[in-house]
Design a protein around this ligand. Structure first.
Ligand SMILES: CC(C)(COP(=O)(O)OP(=O)(O)OC[C@H]1O[C@@H](n2cnc3c(N)ncnc32)[C@H](O)[C@@H]1OP(=O)(O)O)[C@@H](O)C(=O)NCCC(=O)NCCS
Length: 163
């Protein structure tokens, strides 16, 4: 695997995290949407709006020269305004994206593992996410211990127990 550095995400990463949210939303080449449209989508904007709030945490992967390559972060949602992968209050939901040129080199798996460690050390017992049916990322999540707990006609909600 390429030598990469994982560092904690900070407030100044808001734009890059938004870029990675756009990548996550545009995982399928068949249905890509412009950045502005993704970030205006009320089902997606809440994953990055106002970053970084108390309780937000994540990691940014950087190349040896300091370029950001990908990010994985989690945020708590409220039952009154749940995310797409909401399972319960107190279970943060994660988002994962890697820049196209850096995919399939182990960056996504490293970020996923690192964020599980961050969440565990922050005292969380579980992490959740939503993944569209057909996205190969689901196989990555399964291999990292996530299990499907809910499905609809479009996507699966998955949870990993951290304890
Ligand atoms: C999904 C994503 C985060 C994975 O990150 P990555 O750095 O490309 O993945 P990794 O290199 O860590 O590989 C993880 C596993 O996925 C597999 N994989 C990687 N690219 C793949 C591809 N194009 N098709 C099928 N499997 C692939 C790898 O083989 C690897 O499994 P292995 O370790 O058993 O070989 C990244 O590809 C991405 O940003 N995709 C678009 C956004 C997205 O779908 N985000 C998730 C939304 S829920």
């Amino acid at each position: 695997m390429t030598a990469i550095l994982l560092r904690p995400a900070v407030g100044e990463d808001a734009r890059f995290l938004a870029d990675m949210l756009v990548e996550a939303a545009n995982w399928s080449p068949a249905s890509r949407r412009p950045r502005v449209q993704v970030l205006a989508d009320p089902t997606l904007a809440p994953y990055v709006s106002g970053w970084m709030r108390p309780g937000d945490a994540g990691l940014v992967a950087e190349s040896p020269s300091g370029d950001p390559l990908g990010a994985c972060w989690f945020r708590l949602f409220d039952q009154s305004r749940p995310g797409q992968g909401f399972v319960a209050g107190g279970v943060p939901e994660l988002t994962l994206g890697v820049s196209p040129l850096w995919r399939a080199q182990g960056v996504g798996r490293e970020l996923l593992r690192g964020v599980a460690t961050v969440a565990r050390s922050s005292g969380y017992a579980r992490l959740s996410l939503s993944v569209d049916r057909g996205n190969f990322a689901q196989r990555l999540y399964v291999s990292e211990g996530y299990v499907v707990v809910h499905s609809d006609d479009r996507a699966d909600v998955m949870v990993r127990t951290l304890a």
